[in-house]
Design a protein around this ligand. Structure first.
Ligand code: FMN
Length: 330
């Protein structure tokens, strides 16, 4: 049988976490350009922000959501993440996604957001394993041969790895990401990497050879590699660790990146955001502003510069401010 892309990755591999309104096509392009360097053999799997399966099935929702699934070739391998609690819509949505050129489809079973939980989706599926399994089956039907994976948490109100994970393993998922916290813990406590180790053991016990991807608080490549060795997980997913750091996956330490480089990168990021997401009316400028704090910190004048940037209303204004600042440090 033909190998799916998960089976071809060297271990440990890294993954860019899905982050709504953060890991959009603009930031992903930056992370790919500065981090996915073929020379250092660094393998990184990218994830899109999550999209609603119900929304994709709705004639009014589809035109708004499809653009968020746009990606560029340099981001590959890339997985589209979808959430939902309606099996028929999940199948339909995955059928649609399967025609867009993705390498895989991931189902969100970890989101703690109230609006997602109210729909019975995201982390609410941890409380409803029967529906969770139906959702996976439907996704596989729709995915037309693309590998389907799941990203979840260690439990809802409390850790329930031993009951929850085996339910998922009854289905033909091709990879499993475990965010090492419960839904209740949100991201407020340190990730419990011992949970990842337990999930690795459960997968082994099940006789499946699928990669387990550990997630939570990874700060750099060395930290991820260490956590992979300690827990035996095949992949390591990084979320907040990439904020303001397009160089993350290259292994370059952020301390070695000069202020000039950071500012030039932010200008580039703003320009891509403008072209891909603002001019196309997919996102608004407030989404870009979230990145300012992450890039602009830790140097003399950073606070004032940040305040000026936060007061801007257009990319033209922020690019102008940054270009003027650049002249002062040359
Ligand atoms: C702003 C933000 C948006 C997120 N959006 C998603 C999402 O769309 N899908 C998902 O599965 N997880 C989402 N997450 C969770 C992350 O993928 C990740 O599991 C979490 O941040 C823990 O990893 P970290 O400690 O490396 O940040 C989001 C997290 C953040 C901070």
């Amino acid at each position: 049988m033909k190998k799916n892309f998960w089976e071809k990755l060297d271990k440990p591999f890294f993954c860019l976490a899905p982050m709504a309104d953060v890991t959009d096509i603009a930031f992903r392009k930056m992370l790919a350009k500065y981090g996915k360097n073929p020379a250092n053999k660094n393998q990184v799997v990218f994830w899109t922000e999550f999209v609603s399966a119900d929304g994709l099935c709705h004639p009014k929702g589809r035109p708004h959501l499809l653009p968020t699934l746009k990606f560029s070739k340099i981001e590959k391998p890339i997985v589209a993440q979808v959430f939902g609690a309606n099996p028929a819509n999940m199948e339909k949505a995955c059928r649609l996604i399967s025609k867009l050129g993705f390498d895989g489809i991931d189902i969100n079973m970890g989101c703690p957001d109230k609006s997602v939980i109210k729909q019975g989706a995201g982390s609410a599926l941890i409380k409803n394993p029967k529906l969770a399994r139906e959702i996976i089956q439907s996704a596989i039907l729709g995915a037309g041969g693309l590998p389907v994976s799941v990203k979840t948490r260690a439990g809802f109100n409390k850790e329930e790895i031993d009951t929850w994970i085996p339910e998922l393993l009854k289905e033909d998922i091709k990879a499993l990401t475990i965010h090492a916290r419960t839904k209740k813990e949100m991201s407020k406590v340190p990730a419990h990497w011992d949970y990842v180790k337990r999930v690795v053991e459960l997968v082994k016990k099940s006789g499946k050879a699928i990669p387990v991807i550990g997630n939570g608080d990874v700060v750099d490549i060395a930290d991820g590699q260490k956590k992979s060795i300690e827990t035996g997980c095949a992949g390591v997913m990084v979320g907040r660790g990439v904020f303001g750091n397009p160089w993350f996956f290259s292994g370059r330490k952020i301390e070695t990146v000069s202020i000039t480089e950071k500012i030039k990168a932010l200008v580039e990021h703003i320009k891509i955001f403008d072209k891909e997401l603002l001019k196309t009316k997919i996102k608004n400028y407030a989404v870009m502003k979230k990145h300012f704090k992450a890039y602009i910190n830790g140097f003399a004048g950073a606070k004032e510069l940040r305040e000026k940037l936060m007061a801007t209303e257009t990319p033209k204004e922020s690019v102008h401010i940054l270009s003027s600042f650049l002249k002062t440090i040359k």
